[in-house]
Ligand binder design. Structure first.
Ligand code: PGA
Length: 243
């Protein structure tokens, strides 16, 4: 099955409105039927990004699981929808680690995003100690099941998964293409064939081709290498070359 590639950038807490304007002054996403480009930018940069995005989709990095109300500092799915955002990252390992997000919270956020027509990018991945103990499949399987097990068939089809081994995030250490493929095939066995599974963790212009060539790697969730227009564009171009 040929799933369109999704090349997604995750800017994290980088690039405010002025830097976002500058980025999009130097970046344009090609329009391609089988390669989608997406940039998930800070909330305060969404407006600038959306105004200049062209063929690039724009996403957020988080949302709250309630519809609205007394949740100081939070952003709702309907606010994102109103702005024109199409995707939202949910359950990134940094949110799980630093903000106490559990699988139960992640599930509520995924459901709220879907309710508002946003595509959730559900992040899963094991930490180094779990990989060293050979527990990566148990850990990742449980994270996937905790969310997918509670979704309807239609909701599953509308969700994207990102496998991000925590030991590879921002460390410069990537999973080998074989390690990535093995985990992606394991996740694939638990989700519908149409669901895209992105790899994340130190993906860059040099290693993108080897990772994206794997049969079950349907794109990337790219942190550091998405901050520069040329580097991000070169990963998008790699995906186009592979199609
Ligand atoms: P990285 O981040 O590409 O900088 O490792 C990926 C991510 O955390 O989504």
């Amino acid at each position: 099955m040929r799933r369109p590639y999704l090349i997604a950038g995750n800017w994290k807490m980088n690039q405010g409105p002025a830097q976002t304007e500058a980025f999009f002054g130097a970046f344009s996403a090609p329009s391609h039927p089988e390669v989608e480009a997406l940039l998930c930018v800070p909330f305060v940069s969404l407006q600038q990004a959306l105004a200049k995005a062209g063929a690039c989709r724009i996403g957020a990095q988080n949302l709250h699981f309630e519809e609205n109300g007394a949740y100081t500092g939070e952003i709702s799915a309907s606010m994102l929808q109103e702005m024109g955002v199409t995707h939202v990252i949910v359950g990134h390992s940094e949110r799980r680690q630093y903000f106490g997000e559990t699988d139960a919270i992640v599930l509520r956020k995924v459901k709220k995003a879907l309710e508002h027509g946003l595509t959730p990018i559900l992040c899963v991945g094991e930490v180094l100690a779990e990989r060293k103990a050979g527990a990566q499949e148990r850990v990742v399987g449980a994270q996937v099941d905790a969310v997918f097990g509670a979704l309807s068939a239609a909701e599953r089809m509308a969700t994207v998964i990102a496998y991000e081994p925590v030991w590879a995030i921002g460390t410069g250490e990537t999973a080998t293409p074989e390690q990535a493929q093995a985990m992606h095939a394991f996740i694939r066995s638990r989700v519908p064939a149409e669901v895209r599974i992105l790899y994340g963790g130190s993906m860059n212009a040099a290693n993108a081709e080897a990772l994206l060539s794997q049969p079950d790697v349907d794109g990337g969730l790219i942190g550091g290498a998405s901050l520069k227009p040329d580097t991000f564009r070169s990963i998008v171009d790699t995906a186009i070359r592979l199609r």
